[in-house]
Ligand binder design. Sequence first.
Ligand code: COA
Ligand code: NAD
Length: 691
Amino acid sequence: MQINDVISIEREGPLALIVIDNPPVNAAGHAVREGLWKAVEAVETDDGVEAVAIYGKGRAFIAGADIREFGKPRMEPILTDVCNRIEACPKPVVAVLHGSCFGGGLEVAIGCHARVAIPGVKVGFPEVTLGVIPGAGGTQRGPRLMGIGAALSIITTGERIGHEDALSCGLVDRIEEGEPREVALRMAEEAQVGTLPCRKTGEIEVTPDAEAIEATKAKLAAKAAHLFAPHRAVEAVEACTGPLEAGLALEREKFQACIESPQRAGLIHAFFAERAVERIPEAGAEPREVSVVGVIGGGTMGSGIATACLNAGLTVRMNERDEEALGRGRATVEKNLAGAVKRGKLSEAKRDAALGRFKPSVALEDFADCDVVIEAVFEDMGVKRDVFGRLDAICKPGAVLASNTSYLDVNEIAACTSRPEDVIGLHFFSPAHIMRLLEVVVAEKTAPEVVATGFALAKKLRKVGVRAGVCDGFIGNRILSHYKKVADYLVLDGAAPHEVDAAIEDFGFAMGPFAVSDLAGLDIGWANRKRLAPTRPAEERYVTVADRICEAGNFGRKTGRGFYVYGDGQPEPAPEVAEIVAEEREKAGVTAREFSKEAIQARFITAMIAEATRVLEDGIALRPIDIDAVFLFGYGFPRHRGGPMHTADVIGAGELVARIERYAEEDPYYWQVPDLLRKMAAEGTTFAEMN
Ligand code: COA
Ligand code: NAD
């Protein structure tokens, strides 16, 4: 019997199966909620039905509430009422979990009278990662099944667990092999004859656990003080020792507060950003087969890229200038894999298999069978030209030839080959086996299948591929180069580098810009500034502090000294930097002034947004949301703020224009209002409308 578009009931004698069919992931949107409500009503009033099981079609039981409905007017019945309705059903109702069972899906499951997991299912409450808390009984029924300690751990972290852990913590009652429909039928029958014990979760007594609550609060205060939702989750769980109804009411209140918080909007934007970037003009092109990847250069990036490819099951060749450098590259890859084994991320057997697929060689001729070659040699056009010329002669037809260049012109690199249509930029981020961003840089002549291959490779490596056009620094580094200047200006005008870092960390970045420069190596920025010096406009303010640190041989962490001094304990601001800054101010005739934390944050973020807007105007990024993805997955932008363009919408185009005009009174060259931003301010539009 079809209840509505997404819910139906199948009958087998006295057994009823409620079927959820809402592709792609059976999200519990309005139709699912309404259909479930009506289906429970139907099986309850049908005297012929003695037991019920609910299962999902496709790849999930229910992947969660429909995230797209968050923040919109609520539509009855709400999920809390649906779960209560299921629990109140006088006939046993079993949930059969397969694929994904998250958030609202898990709440439906724990509203049922028994839960059976099919191996491979993942369950959890990822709500806090979206800025909300379980809002349909998860914080009340969850602890009744698992105990307060386990529930707090799962709910406040969003951790996703497998079937065995779900069984051992009490979230599910049994594990059964089989297809969802067939298991559902068997389990409904067992519920009918009483061999599958059924009970109402809401009636289970919970043992108070003040210790677990205090421990969780302390942990959150230390690690997640700036986040809104996890704290609300603890407050809701605290209420689970009282009557269910009161607990559910409190949970609802806390959930609603989360829905209204700006962090919820930012985190959900980030969730969709990760997926939106896949929508590219070349999506219809057929990607080329990739099983053998060649990596040229075994330095910082080459060894990380090789590790990422090995972890994805690919065969990897690596080339270096000589045996000694190759040995270093090989050792770094081995160390990366050993680190993954040590952290429990990789089994020893998988590590051994990966090493079996790793084929370092100083003979570039060995790259003839590579499907994709990724060049990660020195950032020098001469060296890159030479490498691409040789690759052109050696590689098989159809091989994708990629450069990991950070800034250089991919069109110029492509022109060194007789096959520019096969050349692309694949810009990884350091450490390449960990960072999720991959900028896929599309040059003038790059073929659509080559772009599609870049995106398919990103997916295989479990990275977020973002399409970028060619310009100095592409999306991310072009914007970075711009906002790093404002950090320098703030220092010249009065703030200490560690004050700038502290303000930016307070905004939510894991590290401030000067700490990041120290980590990346000050020599990298120095080399880039020297490269660009001949084209630097005379009107541009130029701050020489970092250059002078480098001239003294201090390149940051790798030399133990940069903006900070690195010893055994916490890094300390390097005293000589304060002296250099004072001298530079004197030379420039600047009288130092004070900048509040808010003033530093405002200038920094405004500079980032201004350049990001120009990147958009120039067509280097497809949409604002692509820029957000770049900063969320490659530059440590705080996820709960959704990215620079989402932040721009929160601030508003009008306010941004006003700020830039105010700052421009001091420095009209650096602070220029992008035309697009001015137009948006005049028309009252947002970046979100351009996604
Ligand atoms: N609500 C609305 N849409 C959802 C959704 C949800 N809860 N979960 C996934 N989707 C959408 C995605 O946006 C994507 O849409 P698109 O194809 O238009 O881009 C589509 O479903 C497929 O999702 P995707 O993540 O690409 O598939 P996957 O197989 O890699 O992963 C999941 C599936 C379920 C593991 C993953 O989507 C996920 O983690 N979803 C969120 C689960 C969650 O947080 N639930 C709690 C909500 S309270
Ligand atoms: P690196 O100096 O650590 O490594 C470069 C390696 O290339 C060295 O081991 C060198 O021996 C080798 N090499 C040089 N010429 C070669 C040749 N002709 N044939 C074979 N090997 C050769 O540099 P890196 O940091 O790994 O950077 C490599 C590339 O990646 C650069 O283009 C850089 O801009 C880019 N990149 C760097 C980062 C980063 O954070 N370090 C991030 C993204 C992109």
